[in-house]
Design a protein around this ligand. Sequence first.
Ligand code: ADP
Length: 432
Amino acid sequence: MTQLTDTRNSTTKPPTTETILYIEDDPGSQLLVKRALSFAGYNVIVASRGLEGIDMAIKHLPDLILTDINLPDLSGRELTTRLRSDSRFRTTPIVALTALSQAGEREKALAAGATGYLTKPVDIDKLPKQMERFMKGEKESVSQEALVTAHQAYNQEVVTRLESKVRELEENNAELRRLDKIKDDFIQLTAHELRTPLTLMYGYSRLLQESSISKQLRDSSPELQTVINGMVSSIERMSGVINEILIVSRVATGRVELSLGPTNLAEVVERVVGEYAEAAKSRKMHISFNKAQWPVNMRADAELLRLAISNVVGNAIKYTPDNGIINMVARTSGNTVLVTIQDTGVGIAKDDQQRIFDRFYTTNKTQLHSTSKTNFGGGGLGLGLAICRGIIEAHGGRIWVESDGRDDIKLPGSTFYIDLPMQAHGTVRTGA
Ligand code: ADP
């Protein structure tokens, strides 16, 4: 049995500055209640879902919260319990509103922390006064015995709902994994299928480039030379992209298999620097690298390490305007080596610094996508760093970036760190 403990019957007009948050998913009720309370002088804000209601409550700190019990996500009771756990809402009147008139519903709402309980349909004429009374301190109460029973019923309800939500999430998760695998298999299969004819095309185009008949033809027609060279370099670029996709799908499915052997990191990095020498020259960039500093006796997969470092250096070139500097340093300590690749480029926003290592994550606008590997701003598919991470982690190492943020004018630069064991162990499998 419930009763009102404060029966003050105020006759003063509702103040105009007080805010009521109304949480309700039914548009008809939203309109009706909002109109009635606004007309009575309250500032009314409305949320349609429980989580949205919590966010709005935290943002606006309303003077009263009126919440429907049956919401699409959290129930009004759960929302009330959640808000009561926040010291900012310990004393805020929270009034539950429901069409349910089953026995025990009122007690359950109070057990969850509600101040009061109203049933639908709302009496629009009485509602403003009811709100005013709750704001002035009126509270509903129930006997201790009824409260204990309601608490038990409420706890059971929450646990049952939690269990069904966990089951639902697990099912969704399994389905997402299944779809993700289908997508990975599809990407891998497509890349394989494309690689075979592309390899043939590459061979034919090289033949065309080298053959004596075509040499004669090209001598008589410089245009033909340009066409053939353009064809070869486009095919090379296409194979590069397909190889990236194949490696990244191996990274994703944990199939980076290392072919470990004696590795001279100084030479590996020297090759990478050589690879970009022409691009750096044409962009008036300086790549600083002191070979003597770099370890020569490592155990690693030299080819995959070259690919990883090449991706980071390539990015440093792509995301640094002309006249920039790229500084490559290695510091050996004990059985690890810390490689640092620092540039004077546009930098990376704090929020992106983790995500850039995810597959297909690029901060470039896709509509501005360029296929150049070395032009300023030239972008790829957002695979380069995912590949790097897969390779470095397969070696038992770690890769991360530090930057003061992205600024295309001030150029704060980025520093990539690669921490590698001097002696990588066995064939390590990794997942991304
Ligand atoms: P992409 O093919 O887009 O270059 P990556 O995986 O290599 O893909 O890089 C992901 C994103 O990380 C890039 O789109 C770029 O925004 C950012 N990034 C990587 N390296 C740098 C860098 N040195 N300076 C600034 N941004 C960088």
